[in-house]
Design a protein around this ligand. Structure first.
Ligand SMILES: [Zn+2]
Ligand SMILES: [Zn+2]
Length: 372
């Protein structure tokens, strides 16, 4: 057995251990401890814990000047019950690694202990990706300031794309998005005299129609009505209160800002006496891939003989890695998880172990190129 084979088996075992004990966004204490213990054993030059919550970063310095290169994985799982039936299935009810962050962590751990030829390598295990808050919290943490990288790379496994194929492109890689909670207040009335009250229903009907007129594609802006709750569950009261959740999405941060401004104006013009408060939640920046960082990734893919993945950029869902775009030359790329693989966040999803070895090889080759 080769060392590489042994290392991969060890990383697969690590992934299964992480998969059995998932923790949701912001509550990744056990996962962070396990990761920090493993990293400590590889004698990093610096090990920082508690970054932006439960984030962990390990620094491996060459001791000679050169670029500083960050690789990032995510610590969090999802509040969904797993149905995969695999032997290493979640042992924590109502939580599971259904986005493959367990696999991303195992891949990153495959680089632990590596020192580049020049500059330094940082492995960042960031918290709370799924809620869009983790990357920004890490960047805002004063302990991260001395670690600001020149380059930042992340991969996400991608069901529907051929197993082990790689997709990367310069420009927008994942969409910007934000959740709006609209709290709507009118006035209740007897159901026999609805005209004497002020019901949110006509506004909500207009809102639903209006949102449906926005294009359903990553090429423009889009909005999805995710939740609606109006009035009490009776037959005698015409409603006076409602809450609506709408997710807004655009391919760029400026596009999202424009969409929000336009929708705010529309809401104000359509309120007709209702009091409508809007609060913002789960805001994700768009990820903008840098030309140089993408060129290194493409060259690494070619050098390893991995196929080019069939993927339309940008990815419609958001990735909070986008927050790094403003601080470093970024590349977020996608690693095919197989055409038959259940979708991300599907209760039956499980990260393919076959991606661990190519994932480690890609990051290693990228590091060697950037620090050549
Ligand atoms: Zn996810
Ligand atoms: Zn994910």
């Amino acid at each position: 057995m080769t060392d590489a084979w042994n290392m991969t088996q060890d990383l697969i075992a690590l992934r299964h251990a992480l998969h059995r004990q998932p923790e949701i966004s912001g509550a990744e204490a056990d996962t962070a401890r396990l990761i920090a213990d493993r990293l400590r054993a590889t004698a990093p030059d610096d090990l920082i814990t508690g970054l932006g919550g439960h984030g962990v970063a390990a620094v491996y310095d060459s001791g000679t000047p050169g670029p500083s290169v960050l690789f990032r994985a995510e610590l969090d799982a999802l509040p969904i019950s797993e149905t995969s039936g695999v032997v290493h299935a979640s042992e924590r009810p109502g939580m599971a690694h259904l986005c493959g962050h367990d696999g991303h962590m195992a891949i990153l751990m495959g680089l632990a202990g590596t020192r580049p030829k020049c500059g330094r390598m940082m492995l960042l295990f960031q918290p709370a990706e799924e809620t869009g808050t983790g990357a920004r919290a890490v960047l805002a943490d004063p302990a991260f300031a001395p670690l600001r990288p020149d380059y930042a790379f992340a991969l996400h496994n991608m069901p529907g794309m051929a197993l082990g194929s790689v997709a990367v492109a310069p420009g927008p890689a994942s969409c910007a998005s934000v959740g709006w909670r609209l709290t709507i207040a009118g006035r209740e009335a007897h159901a026999a005299f609805p005209e004497t009250g002020l019901s949110p229903a006509p506004f909500l009907a207009r809102l639903t129609d209006h949102l449906a007129t926005l294009p359903k594609g990553a090429e423009g802006a889009m909005a999805t009505l995710c939740h609606l709750n109006m009035g009490a569950a009776t037959f005698g009261i015409a409603p006076g209160q409602a809450v609506a959740h709408v997710t807004l999405r655009a391919i760029s941060d400026s596009g999202l800002t424009a969409l929000e401004r336009a929708l705010r104006d529309w809401v104000a013009a359509q309120s007709e006496g209702l009091r409508i408060d809007i609060t913002r939640h789960d805001h994700f920046n768009a990820t903008l891939n840098d030309v140089d960082a993408v060129a290194h990734t493409t060259a690494a893919r070619a050098a390893l003989g991995l196929a080019e993945g069939d993927f339309t950029f940008p990815m419609r869902p958001s990735e909070d890695f986008g927050a790094f775009s403003a601080y470093a030359k970024c590349a977020l790329f996608f690693l095919g998880a197989g055409e038959a693989q259940p979708a991300l966040h599907d209760p039956a999803y499980d990260f393919p172990d076959a991606l661990i070895a190519p994932g480690v090889a890609l990051f290693r080759t990228i590091l060697a190129r950037v620090t050549a």
